[in-house]
Design a protein. Structure first.
Length: 354
């Protein structure tokens, strides 16, 4: 009898607890995954054609346990290609046409809504270079002698040799003037005042191994102010800005910051707030809204009025008193009840600081 009373009391307690809580609102933060870094895969290679219609994909599996490979005809835009999900034990893509030029990209899938940046493109029979790219590339025309500009960059590996390639604004890589250097800086001379120029830099790791060309970094014609630029992919669709607003006197978590708001033709907005003390070349990730040194928000017109950030990363690659340049990505989730998620990837900005 005592045992029966005990179990009856326990049943009543559980029932009471269940029914007393079922009508309480669900905290949206319950669904927000704690973000962390999502590492890019390395050592990405694509074999030459096997049996005329298949390639073998390989990469360093240390970045995670799930990946996406996207491929398409040479030069295709990411989001328009064919996507294949990979695990550590999968390696082949078939159904290709030998003789067709293809591009391949890979990224790590860390969760259903969190991915690394895309690595690529590479073509069959090639690999992503393991020679580290230079970063924080700057090209500044001298105020004393406007025919001269100084190009500088940061070193990210054991490289001790680099190449600088430059030409008039918009030149095709391979057709420019190439200068070699054994230090992470190089002077360019003979520039015309009325011309704007593009500059690229790459590392030389051996006689037949180089990094990617990093650029273009623009050198403006004398008296010309460079245009602001803001690009991104929103769920694979290009975000084309029609207006960029920069507030150099904003605050974030009580600290001085720069606020950048880009708006497209449909009134969608990407809002980035960056604290002044971010270190150039350092990757920052979401960890805690109260301590993060940056903030992302994606706004959409009513009826979905806005979406709030859930995770992301930013790198400032150039910062002067008059310009700020960087890359970013993030995922955003709308308020309830839909909890719609969008992925904003391949973000780049290069804007003047007023």
């Amino acid at each position: 009898m005592t045992a029966n009373k005990f179990f009856l009391s326990l049943l009543l307690l559980v029932s009471f607890t269940f029914f007393s809580c079922e009508d309480e609102p669900i905290d949206p933060d319950f669904f927000v995954e704690v973000p962390s870094a999502c590492d890019e895969p390395s050592l990405f290679t694509v074999s030459s054609f096997i049996n005329g219609n298949t390639v073998r994909i390989d990469w360093d599996k240390a970045s995670g346990d799930a990946w996406e490979v996207q491929y398409g005809n040479d030069g295709f835009a990411i989001g328009t290609g064919t996507t294949v999900n990979f695990t550590p034990t999968s390696s082949l893509i078939s159904g290709l046409v030998e003789g067709t030029a293809y591009d391949f990209y890979i990224r790590t899938k860390c969760s259903n809504s969190r991915y690394s940046s895309w690595v690529g493109p590479i073509s069959p029979g090639s690999s992503v270079s393991t020679c580290s790219n230079p970063t924080n590339v700057t090209a500044i025309r001298s105020l004393v002698d406007t025919s001269v500009a100084t190009v500088s960059w940061s070193v990210n590996g054991d490289e001790n040799s680099w190449q600088v390639q430059y030409g008039v604004d918009g030149f095709v890589l391979g057709s420019g003037t190439i200068l070699a250097t054994l230090s992470p800086t190089r002077t360019i001379s003979g520039l015309l005042e009325a011309e704007s120029y593009d500059v690229y830099v790459r590392s030389n790791c051996s006689a037949n191994e180089n990094s990617d060309w990093v650029g273009p970094i623009n050198i403006n014609a004398v008296g010309v102010v460079s245009d602001d630029n803001f690009t991104a992919q929103i769920d694979g669709v290009e975000f084309v800005d029609v207006d960029i607003n920069v507030n150099a006197n904003a605050l974030h978590n009580g600290f001085p910051s720069i606020n950048i708001i880009a708006t497209d033709g449909s009134n969608n907005q990407i809002d980035i707030n960056v604290q002044d003390d971010l270190v150039v070349g350092t990757a920052y990730f979401n960890t805690d809204p109260l301590t993060d040194k940056f903030r992302f928000i994606y706004f959409k017109p009513i009826p979905v009025e806005y979406e709030t950030v859930t995770n992301g990363s930013i790198i400032i690659i150039e910062r002067t008193s008059t310009r700020i340049k960087g890359t970013f990505y993030f995922s955003a989730t709308s308020p309830g009840p839909t909890f719609e998620t969008v992925n904003i990837l391949e973000g780049n900005f290069d804007v003047a600081i007023p």
